[in-house]
Design a protein around this ligand. Structure first.
Ligand SMILES: Cc1cc2nc3c(=O)[nH]c(=O)nc-3n(C[C@H](O)[C@H](O)[C@H](O)COP(=O)(O)O)c2cc1C
Length: 304
């Protein structure tokens, strides 16, 4: 999880507890520092996530130093020698990732929080992927998983592992702003929208805030003019240095429909809670507490 959410504290705590902690994308210098800081906290494997529309060669150099790279959103292509997983929204994308040399795929269901690649519920896409990829190829599943029972169900349906985002946003170690965590704890539903698409015009799942209340009508994707403006501005905005993009995000107000993809992280101004995306998946309705990540991982393993 990018945007300052999956920091070294979270990734290290997850890995230390037996999961595969994954650092979210940041500018290459910060990402390298984060990897170093995670290494100081745990001797266990750490992965780095790269969002393909934003990954530059200097990001790949950092990913090469991690134990695995997890890519998302774009044409899968092997760019490093190490272990590589690609998160997919369709069987076609999963087949392409395997053909390009991926060591495994994560199939992401439409229930997922953050940017949503595909259109199918997670377990449906998992069944399709298993049928197409056979029983030997590693297939992990993301979206709609928050409890040990969810993990059991995913494994019984043929997944090799479960991938979770929202449950870990609501961990003590996540870099999410405390107000963001509180909003998620209180939330009971989500919107799959394109409202916060200035710089990255792609569908994403969020909980309601003043911006969504004001701008999402019957079409939860958002006003068509806003979406068209987001698409037109994307090539320019995607090239802004992340420090500039963050300053712009901090200046956003819910009354002006120009919303970028950066979520409110620790230290962000309180106003961002109502003018920035509060990413979360459908499981948010079933999660109402913030817990240490190690406790979350232990709870997910259930009786195993
Ligand atoms: C706050 C947040 C940020 C996310 N950022 C990223 C990201 O930067 N890269 C990525 O591959 N997936 C990202 N995702 C999606 C996750 O990889 C995953 O598909 C999703 O969280 C699974 O669904 P769940 O939220 O229901 O657990 C993000 C999800 C959330 C909730």
């Amino acid at each position: 999880m990018g945007g300052g959410i999956a920091t070294h504290e979270l990734a290290a705590a997850v890995s230390e507890a037996g999961g595969l902690g994954t650092l979210g994308i940041a500018d290459p210098r910060t990402l390298r520092q984060e990897l170093g800081a995670a290494r100081r906290l745990t001797g266990r494997p750490i992965a780095v996530n790269l969002l393909l529309p934003f990954a530059r060669s200097s990001h790949w150099a950092v990913a090469d130093e991690a134990d695995a790279v997890v890519t998302f959103w774009g044409r899968p292509r092997r760019r490093s020698e190490g272990a590589w997983l690609h998160q997919c929204g369709s069987v076609e994308e999963a087949l392409e990732a395997r053909a390009e040399g991926a060591d495994g795929v994560i199939v992401q269901g439409i229930e997922a929080g953050g940017h949503v690649r595909g259109h199918w519920p997670a377990l449906e896409l998992l069944a399709q992927a298993r049928a197409a990829l056979g029983s030997e190829f590693p297939v992990l599943v993301a979206g709609g998983i928050a409890t040990a029972a969810d993990v059991e169900k995913a494994l019984a349906a043929g997944a090799d592992a479960a991938v979770l985002g929202t449950r870990f946003v609501m961990s003590e170690e996540s870099g999410a702003h405390d107000g963001y965590k509180r909003r998620l704890a209180a939330a009971s539903h989500t919107h799959l929208t394109e409202l916060f698409g200035s710089g990255w015009p792609a569908p994403h799942r969020v909980v309601p805030n003043a911006a969504t209340d004001r701008w999402l009508g019957r079409d939860e994707r958002g006003p068509s003019l806003v979406r068209a403006a987001n698409r037109a501005a994307a090539p320019f905005l995607a090239r802004l240095p992340s420090s500039v993009a963050l300053r712009l995000a901090a200046a956003q107000r819910s009354s002006v429909p120009l919303f970028g993809p950066a979520p409110p992280s620790r230290g962000a101004p309180e106003a961002m809670l109502d003018a920035a995306p509060l990413y979360a998946g459908e499981t948010v309705a079933r999660i109402d507490d913030v817990r240490p990540a190690a406790e979350v991982v232990a709870g997910l393993a259930g009786g195993h």
